[in-house]
Design a protein around this ligand. Structure first.
Ligand code: ATP
Length: 359
């Protein structure tokens, strides 16, 4: 049975970086004899609105349910016309509808690239569907409300189930990474006594199932400082939704910026590759976008599929991408402008795909 992977280009630079991710995945898959993966395009975002009258049409939702996983490009929802119910921000809906409860965001430095910090290798595991994010806050009905002109409120939802699931994803990741075998949980327990109290009590309880992994914790403000000064100390960083969103961007800043920040949204049965960065309309159409984040998001999807299906060929395809990326970044010839190079998005993707084939 072939694997089926959905491809959703998204908006702006998504139209440039997603095809590079697919190109690299296809090259790595083709190099593994007997590995059969079919890619299927689905409409999403502004191009979908223009063609089908909706930024997330029903055919996309229906089709994605048949997929083993999918690749989602960045969505430029901030530029959509306001008030049109057919202009929705697809990614929180996809995360919620497909119950993708954990967002894995690795940060890695490469010795040959300009970066603020060296020898960084950490993974932010972020709860994906609760917290302060109003667009995901189904329990409260709406995450924000404004009872009067001069006052507005946000509701933060933390549940035992959500905390348990993301904690388990973090401990499993620490085990799989096999490095420092450490999970650092982030909170502001002194202020958010109920929500972060519940989150931390749940994390501490899950930690008992993983005696081989060390758990420690930091207040989010203290951690933000340590992350800048000594990121080498950390391995897996477990966060609630908004803290994880902020800290993973900060971590990306240590190693070359948002173009270097891949991500995978995981659930029990499906996963969605999605780079941390947005649709970057300022550089869209100029061939300047760094495809690394999207390519490595695709790599993470293949790795997740390989582990889930205990498929050594899929795992090998994922490793092939990692090695090819390391080689291309190491040579320093096909790098985009944000990495101090002069290559286009396409040239960098082509170079990585070429090494995938040659390895
Ligand atoms: P969102 O709110 O959708 O998450 P954002 O405000 O975080 O978006 P981005 O679109 O992610 O903003 O990008 C911020 C800036 O970082 C961009 O304007 C662009 O200059 C740079 N950037 C983002 N992604 C890339 C990339 N892949 N390659 C090069 N530069 C990028």
């Amino acid at each position: 049975m072939p694997y089926n992977i959905g491809v959703l280009n998204g908006d702006d630079i998504g139209l440039e970086v997603v095809p590079q991710a697919v190109r690299v995945m296809q090259a790595a898959i083709a190099a593994e004899t007997g590995l059969d993966v079919q890619f299927h395009d689905f409409p999403v975002g502004w191009p979908s609105y223009l063609e089908y009258g909706h930024t997330l049409p029903q055919q996309t939702m229906d089709g994605l349910r048949q997929m083993d996983g999918f690749v989602l490009g960045p969505i430029g929802h901030a530029a959509y016309p306001k008030g049109d119910p057919n202009c929705v921000n697809a990614h929180p809906i996809l995360r919620k509808q497909f119950d993708l409860f954990a967002n894995m965001r690795p940060t890695r430095s490469y010795p040959t690239l300009p970066s603020v910090q060296r020898d960084v290798d950490l993974l932010v595991v972020r709860e994906n569907n609760e917290g302060f994010q109003p667009d995901r806050n189904m329990i409260a009905g709406c995450g924000e409300f404004q009872p009067t002109e001069d006052s507005a409120f946000s509701v933060r939802v933390i549940t035992k189930r959500g905390s348990e699931r993301v904690a388990r994803a973090a401990f499993e990741a620490a085990r799989q990474r096999g490095g420092k075998r450490r999970v650092t949980a982030i909170h502001k327990r002194t202020v958010f006594k109920l929500t972060d109290g519940l989150f931390m009590r749940t994390v501490e309880s899950v930690a008992k199932e993983y005696p081989d992994i060390t758990l420690d914790d930091y207040q989010v403000d203290t951690f933000a400082m340590h992350l800048v000064m000594r990121p080498q100390r950390f391995d897996v960083i477990l966060c609630t939704n908004m803290f994880g969103d902020i800290l993973s961007d900060q971590a990306a800043g240590l190693v070359g910026g948002l173009g270097m920040a891949p991500g995978l949204n995981i659930g029990d049965t499906q996963a969605m590759a999605q780079a941390t960065h947005g649709s970057a309309p300022d550089i869209a159409g100029k061939k300047l976008a760094n495809p690394y984040a999207m390519i490595m998001s695709g790599q993470m999807l293949l790795e997740w599929l390989g582990a889930r299906n205990q498929d050594a060929r899929m795992v090998a395809a994922a490793r092939r991408i990692t090695t090819a990326v390391e080689q291309v970044l190491g040579e320093g010839k096909a790098l985009t402008r944000d990495l101090s190079g002069t290559a286009t998005t396409d040239e960098m993707g082509a170079a990585i795909a070429e090494v995938c084939r040659a390895l």
